[in-house]
Design a protein around this ligand. Structure first.
Ligand SMILES: C[S@@+](CC[C@H](N)C(=O)[O-])C[C@H]1O[C@@H](n2cnc3c(N)ncnc32)[C@H](O)[C@@H]1O
Length: 158
């Protein structure tokens, strides 16, 4: 068996090639959650799963776009701190990439978002917090406390 490539090197490879793993698939869940990302094969704890790919913009541009965007687009803006400044990955464009479709789970997430440096630029990548079985939904804790679905009661299943 070939040696396991390090999760960081694996993430950097997928960042540079702008590619997603074939062991992942997008499925429609329900009218509340919309789509989600699912494992088509198993993953081990620590594995790189997917990049939250999009356009890297600075704080001024984030503020400008926030005023322009419809809320359905604004939910794809991921704000984060990097080397003392505020940045954002704007993934509002439907580009077929998988990372933008990962849903929130603040109680039992199976992945964690990490910032990695690729050629001097910040990239957001999900890594497995535990072993993930085929068929499981990929999730992470969006953080914050302003996710309405965490407190709203839904009449839908899931
Ligand atoms: C980055 S998008 C994730 C992909 C989205 N499910 C879709 O189909 O485009 C974030 C949005 O997904 C939905 N979402 C994410 N996690 C959810 C959850 N645990 N329960 C309900 N809706 C969720 C919310 O509408 C949220 O604004």
């Amino acid at each position: 068996m070939p040696p396991r490539i390090s999760p960081l090197k694996d993430a950097m490879h997928h960042v540079v090639t702008k590619s997603d793993k074939t062991k992942l698939e997008v499925n429609y869940i329900n009218a509340v959650k919309g789509r989600g990302l699912f494992a088509k094969g198993s993953f081990c704890k620590g594995d790189f799963i997917v990049e939250y790919r999009g356009e890297l913009i600075n704080y001024a541009e984030l503020e400008r776009r926030r005023k322009l965007y419809h809320p359905s687009c604004a939910v794809f803006m991921f704000e984060f701190k990097w080397r003392g400044k505020t940045w954002c990955i704007d993934a509002s464009r439907e580009d077929g990439s998988f990372g933008r479709l990962v849903n929130d789970d603040h109680q039992h997430p199976n992945c964690k978002m990490k910032k990695i440096d690729v050629n001097g630029k910040a990239h957001l990548c999900l890594f497995a917090l535990k072993d993930i079985k085929e068929g499981e939904e990929i999730t992470y804790d969006y953080g914050g406390d302003d996710c309405p679905w965490r407190t709203q009661v839904s009449c839908r299943n899931n």
